[in-house]
Ligand binder design. Structure first.
Ligand SMILES: Cc1cc2nc3c(=O)[nH]c(=O)nc-3n(C[C@H](O)[C@H](O)[C@H](O)COP(=O)(O)O)c2cc1C
Length: 394
């Protein structure tokens, strides 16, 4: 992934030996501990509705370059997350040729990259598609995003996520979460971290848990909507100068790129389409003590592709998981005969985990925008630039 300034590259297969992650262009002097990353890797593995893989993996990062004595040095950061499951895939996922290769996977799974992947790359084994297309890759994104969050935190910026809906069940969320500039410290977020559905609404939590339980029993799956909110952003990140530099577009692309996410909303994007203009925008106010403020945040903290000082709100809609224990009708790629889809061990609902991945993607885009605007080869230089801009424009 190349954003404006930050560079993130990942490699690794779902059942290969490890995930490998590079992050470039963070400033020197940023305090970084493996623990900062491991906390988020563990959060991605939680959530009611995950499958057996999460019992095998206990994701743990090893930082192998770019950090010395707990601080970045200004060079590329390289990280590794081992796949514990690899031990169970000896012979099937060896890097060197093997004498007795496993039979290819050929029964195509609707909703996965299987058919487009084998056709595109000229492959005859769906295994060679699904290993990289798999959302195991999101562990790499979360590791990179955790570095983005560590960087943002130095500037008082916090990125949170919670679940808004699972299937037909919807959460009731406090309206002030969208408004408060210091909403990151709201008690709601503590409840979210303790909830297996990642919500502070206990009624919704029970309803969603029951729905997931019933879907599992029926051999079916469920999707839903998560919301990411970033607090403490200054006015002025992103630009309208070119279409691909607009922060709204960058955030939408980053969240849409998460496996299974099929729609993205910024603020009240969809609801606003049904309102009159007088009810759709956020009135501007100013006073000397508070600076700029808005009584509402329907724009989701962005106007003209630029942050406006309100919390940035991004929602991602996840389709139901494609792998069904009761598989859908499909075609065998090798024979072109009708069959049912291949079944691989799978999750039933991943919306809580997808929200944690959403946090990572939003954090990377915002960290990039901050680097772009305030520069600085060292952290102190970046902070000084940030503080002088905020002081002049508060
Ligand atoms: C955290 C996370 C975990 C996922 N786990 C599974 C899974 O166990 N089984 C599955 O079929 N899809 C899973 N998915 C979704 C697939 O990876 C995704 O639907 C597939 O790669 C096709 O990509 P697309 O849905 O973006 O088109 C998961 C997605 C996320 C975000």
């Amino acid at each position: 992934m190349s954003l404006g300034y930050l560079r993130v590259l990942t490699a690794g297969e779902s059942h290969g030996p490890q995930l490998t992650i590079f992050v470039e262009n963070l400033p020197a002097g940023l305090p970084v501990l493996a623990e900062d990353i491991n906390v988020d890797l563990a959060r991605r593995q939680k959530g009611y509705g995950r499958g057996g893989r999460q019992q095998i993996e206990h994701d743990c990062v090893e930082i192998v370059a770019g950090v010395r004595h707990g601080r970045t040095m200004g060079g590329p950061i390289a990280m590794v997350v081992k796949n514990r499951d690899w031990a169970n895939w000896q012979g099937k996922m060896d890097i060197e040729p093997v004498a007795d290769p496993p039979p290819p996977v050929t029964r195509l799974r609707p909703g996965h990259a299987d058919l487009p992947g084998v056709v595109k790359f000229g492959l005859n084994d769906v295994r060679n598609v699904l290993e990289r297309a798999s959302a195991r890759e999101t562990a790499s994104r979360v590791a990179a995003g955790a570095l983005g969050k560590v960087f943002l935190r130095q500037f008082g910026i916090e990125v949170r996520s919670h679940v808004r809906s699972i299937g037909p069940a919807r959460a009731n969320t406090p309206a002030e979460l969208e408004l408060a500039v210091d909403g990151a410290s709201h008690s709601w977020w503590q409840q979210v971290e303790e909830s297996p559905i990642r919500t502070g609404d206990t009624e919704f939590e029970s309803a969603a848990t029951e729905l997931i339980k019933a879907a599992r029993t029926a051999g079916d799956t469920l999707g839903g909507i998560f919301e990411v909110i970033a607090y403490g952003l200054p006015i002025g990140l992103g630009t309208y100068a070119q279409w691909d530099e607009r922060l709204d577009g960058r955030l939408a692309a980053a969240v849409m790129s998460i496996q299974s996410i099929k729609a993205v909303e910024l603020g009240d994007g969809f609801a606003n389409a049904a309102r009159h203009g007088s009810q759709a925008h956020d009135v501007i106010d100013y006073d000397q003590e508070r600076g700029w403020s808005r009584p509402t945040n329907r724009a989701g903290g962005l106007e003209g592709g630029v942050t406006n000082g309100m919390p940035v709100i991004v929602r991602g809609a996840a389709k139901p998981i494609s792998t069904l224990i009761n598989p859908l009708p499909s075609i065998d790629y090798a024979t072109r005969q009708r069959d049912v889809a291949h079944v691989e061990r799978s999750d039933v609902c991943v919306v809580p985990a997808a929200g944690v991945v959403g946090e990572a993607m939003v954090a990377l885009v915002l960290a990039d925008a901050l680097r772009w605007k305030f520069g600085g080869d060292g952290l102190d230089e970046a902070l000084a630039n940030f503080r002088s801009f905020v002081a002049a424009n508060g």
